[in-house]
Design a protein around this ligand. Structure first.
Ligand SMILES: Cc1cc2nc3c(=O)[nH]c(=O)nc-3n(C[C@H](O)[C@H](O)[C@H](O)COP(=O)(O)O)c2cc1C
Ligand code: SF4
Length: 438
């Protein structure tokens, strides 16, 4: 397997790649020209053949999703790009928004033709100021050149694109929360079913909603063929994946890897190994909501959907967080659960109340107030949250909670016992830097 083929980041280092001229000089906007001459169902077939799966976390087939969009409903059909990227440890969409915005725009345009939509929107995280300006400039350039707006590329097809800034809520990354927010309401997720965006999305109309990276892969697929894309990667995980790598490594950053790449090789060759040669303790492979792995578990791990699933975790959004043996796991999970509890939209009692209880218990253990039965209490709370909520945010707090407490049980037990037996509780506090008011 030719490892680490560059598709999304191939030209990222070119200083003018973010401009329309730069993008077009390297083959940009060829895919949409091609798509304009294709039958919409043929576009969907091409994307299906590629095996491209959503890069926002769930990994659902992009072509299948597009094919679920009903035709002739009498309502408009919308294209929405999820650029709310707020999962701790995930910052890969940001790079595309800043350095390759035309690839995202072009991918969305191809999706629009595939489902015959005339209105598109990028919902971008409010804190992403520079990415927003880069994207907005790209959109303006595309309008000025007649690539967006009325009669695109001189055709009889009209297509608009709006860039909408969010107000900084993690839950607006959940697709139905995003849609509610886009409609001007509180960003609170809708029940699924019936509100699957493909059939009942924005303004309860058919909507294609994909992640930034998913759209950005589409131009290459149209230009080179779905079959060619499907030769890259593994049997079930096709193509390449952007990985945001952070933590105790020498070279944190965004990397593009071919699906199926060896994680150990990734750590050594791309990330430059452990920072200061420290000992690896654990890895969170797919953004902070996925289950953590101990150092010994990553032996032979491959970076693809199935590869991580085999180890009981997920590729998720591709946010790799590497922890060395200086990390206090009680402190780390207190920090993570505080984030998820804080970001609850409040609709479901198990998430709203249970999430805060979990975070409070970790804070208490971490600060030397651990009690016998705390770990069992945490598990009871997890049982009552997981699967009992409208959206997946509840589970996003439960998965790391279970992972940390089961894989590093001794550290939790030690803090509880130290507190009970009057010994000073060692808090190497990452959290001391954050005032947690709960
Ligand atoms: C709490 C929560 C937060 C999410 N945040 C994001 C996000 O920031 N960006 C994203 O693309 N998907 C996010 N997702 C996943 C989206 O709901 C949705 O599955 C995704 O945008 C679909 O695009 P894809 O099929 O291209 O991955 C989130 C999901 C949940 C439950
Ligand atoms: S699980 Fe949490 S974030 Fe999701 S809808 Fe329920 S309360 Fe809101």
């Amino acid at each position: 397997m030719g490892q680490n083929r560059q598709i999304l980041l191939e030209h990222i280092k070119q200083p003018d790649q973010h401009t329309l001229a730069g993008y077009e000089s390297r083959g940009g906007y060829a895919a949409i020209r091609k798509a304009l001459s294709m039958d919409p169902t043929a576009i969907i077939e091409e994307v299906k053949k590629s095996g491209l799966r959503g890069r926002g976390g769930a990994g659902f087939s992009a072509g299948m999703k597009w094919s679920f969009v009903p035709r002739n409903t009498g309502k408009p059909t919308y294209i929405v790009c999820n650029a709310d990227e707020s999962e701790p440890g995930t910052f890969k969409d940001r790079l595309l928004l800043e350095k390759n915005p035309h690839a995202i725009i072009e991918g969305m345009m191809v999706a629009a033709l595939a489902v015959q939509s005339h209105w598109m929107c990028v919902y971008i995280r409010g804190e992403y100021a520079h990415p927003y300006h880069q994207l907005k400039k790209a959109v303006n350039e595309a309008y000025a050149k007649g690539y967006l707006g009325k009669n695109i590329f001189g055709s009889d097809y009209s297509l608009d694109l709006v860039v909408h800034r969010g107000a900084g809520a993690y839950i607006c990354g959940e697709e139905t929360g995003l849609i509610e927010s886009l409609e001007g309401k509180k960003g609170q997720p809708r029940l699924k079913p019936p509100y699957f965006p493909a059939t009942m999305g924005l303004y309860y109309s058919p909507t294609v909603l994909n992640n930034v990276e998913t759209y950005a892969a589409v131009p290459w697929i149209l230009n080179n063929g779905g079959d060619t894309y499907a030769t890259i990667g593994t049997e079930k995980s096709k193509g390449t994946k952007l990985i945001s790598a952070s933590g105790h490594i020498n070279k944190p950053g965004v990397y593009e890897v071919e699906m199926g790449y060896s994680f150990e090789q990734f750590l050594e060759e791309e990330c430059g190994g452990m920072l200061n040669g420290a000992k690896l303790k654990a890895v969170i492979p797919g953004g902070s909501s996925v289950p953590i792995l101990r150092a010994e578990e990553i032996k032979g791990a491959t970076m693809d959907y199935e590869g991580w699933n085999k180890l009981g975790t997920f590729l998720g959004s591709g946010g790799v967080i590497v922890l060395d043996d200086s990390v206090d796991m009680v402190d780390a999970i207190e920090n993570l659960t505080h984030f998820y509890a804080h970001e609850s939209c409040g609709q479901c009692t198990p998430c709203r109340e249970g999430g805060h209880w979990v975070a409070k218990i970790f804070k208490r253990i971490n600060e030397g107030g651990g009690l016998p039965g705390d770990l069992e209490l945490l598990e009871t709370l997890c049982n009552q949250i997981a699967g009992h909520t409208i959206c997946f945010l509840g589970d996003s707090l439960v998965m790391p909670t279970r992972g940390f407490t089961s894989k590093f049980k001794d550290e939790f037990r030690k803090k509880i016992l130290d507190a009970l037996e009057g010994r000073p509780v060692n808090t190497k506090s990452l959290n001391a830097r954050f005032e947690t008011s709960h």
